[in-house]
Design a protein around this ligand. Structure first.
Ligand code: ASP
Ligand code: MG
Length: 405
């Protein structure tokens, strides 16, 4: 007998009918003799609907009241699911995050889980009940309702799996696993049987929006075996696990990309200590996230400095950089907001040389100009013009032999 945490996302509980199918899935697992803790999201669109209503009340509602409001979405799905389970003859009981006592810090709308009291859940499981918990929420030490940030139900599920020492945490969603790249860009993308936590983090942070990034970090930290599966079709999904278990021995596991990039360059910067901090300080002060940073070798005691930001922050960052340019007596600021980042990700590249050169050769053969390059231990990213995104992804997918056989 095994203990599983099942998490169902918004589309999986999007209608009454779908909630009934979720109940059937749980019923099947119960008949196999497994213990099941279920985490549910709000019905699809509900969190957005509530947010829109709040905005009609007040331009800037307080974070505390937003949390009180948004946490109700998950309460609706958890109670409806329990009713469906009761109707099928199962004993089931639902709890809000606060009722379980998922204790978080007090950072409303982006709270972090600190501690989970599992005794109520364990008692229910021992009594043969299915336990249904509202995702995305907790309670702080003062008893205020908190939420964990958009997509936070994934993190609730992983945290419960860690606390209960579950055998696996299943994330049921509308895709049937993690793919080598986005199938909308490369129809020959293949579902991965397994991927490591590290690779998944790179894939997730690069724009493959399957899981909340924090849930993957959490799973890696507490070694929770995480499986992404479709709630609409059968299949094994993708297991996210540790590197030393028999992960597919591919050099590259996937191609990630991010469309929303922009780059800024400041040239003729005096080559002096403190320059990088003078350039990036004002950007950081405005809470603009910087991704890649490249500084050139100095020539004539001046240097060039290029970095990328989210496309939405491009105009704001450019204004700040223009100011810095004047103050520092640098030459000029240029920028481009029609660029994208394409990355190859794989733990296999740790032990293999020549991956980068294969990547660059492939892009060269397609006539794609590389504007920036950055690398980490298990990732190589390039910035290219937006118009080459599809071509770059497809040619790399082919070059690294990721296509479905
Ligand atoms: N309902 C929340 C959201 O839409 C949390 C979640 O679904 O994970 O972001
Ligand atoms: Mg989600």
């Amino acid at each position: 007998m095994a203990l599983f945490v099942y998490k169902f996302g918004g589309t999986s509980v999007g209608t009454v009918e779908r909630i009934k199918s979720v109940a059937e899935k749980i019923s099947l697992a119960r008949k196999n003799g497994d213990d099941i803790v279920v985490v549910v999201s709000a019905m699809s669109g509900e969190t957005n609907r509530l947010t829109a209503m709040a905005k009609e009340m007040q331009a800037q509602p307080t974070d505390r009241e937003m949390d009180v409001l948004l946490s109700t979405g998950e309460q609706v799905s958890m109670s409806l699911l329990c009713m469906a389970l009761h109707e099928m003859g199962h004993d089931a009981c639902s709890y809000t995050g606060g009722q379980v006592r998922i204790l978080t810090d007090s950072s409303h709308t982006k709270a972090r889980i600190q501690e989970i009291d599992d005794h109520r859940l364990r008692d229910d499981l021992d009594a043969g009940k299915v336990v249904v918990v509202a995702g995305f929420q907790g309670v702080d030490e003062h008893g205020n309702i908190t939420t964990l940030g958009r997509g936070g139900s994934d993190t609730t599920a992983v945290a419960l799996a860690a606390a209960l020492n579950a055998d696996e945490c299943h994330i049921y969603t509308d895709v049937d696993g993690v793919y080598t790249t986005d199938p909308r860009v490369e129809p020959r993308a293949r579902r991965l049987e397994k991927i490591t936590f590290e690779e998944m983090l790179e894939m997730a942070s690069l724009g493959s929006k399957v899981l909340q990034i924090r849930s993957v970090e959490f799973a890696g930290k507490y070694n929770v075996a995480l499986r992404v599966l479709s709630s609409f079709s059968e299949g094994q999904g993708t297991l996210i696990t540790y590197e030393d278990s028999a992960v597919e021995k591919a050099l590259i596991s996937g191609i990630a990309f991010n469309r929303d990039e922009a780059k800024l360059t400041i040239t003729g910067v005096p080559d002096l200590p403190g320059v990088a901090s003078k350039i990036l300080g004002p950007i950081a002060d405005q809470n603009i996230e910087v991704d890649m940073i490249i500084q050139n070798i100095a020539d004539d005691d001046t240097t060039d400095f290029t970095f990328t930001v989210h496309r939405n922050d491009y105009q704001r960052a450019k204004v700040l950089l223009d100011q810095v340019c004047g103050e520092m007596d640098a030459k000029q600021v240029t920028g481009d907001d029609a660029i994208v980042k394409v990355s190859i990700v794989g733990v296999g590249m740790r032990s293999h040389a020549g991956i980068a050169s294969t990547m660059f050769k492939t892009l060269a053969e397609e006539g794609i100009n590389i504007r920036m390059i950055s690398t980490s231990e298990i990732k190589i990213s390039v910035v290219v013009d937006e118009k080459y995104l599809e071509l770059a992804v497809r040619s790399l997918h082919k070059a690294f032999d990721l296509e479905s056989k």
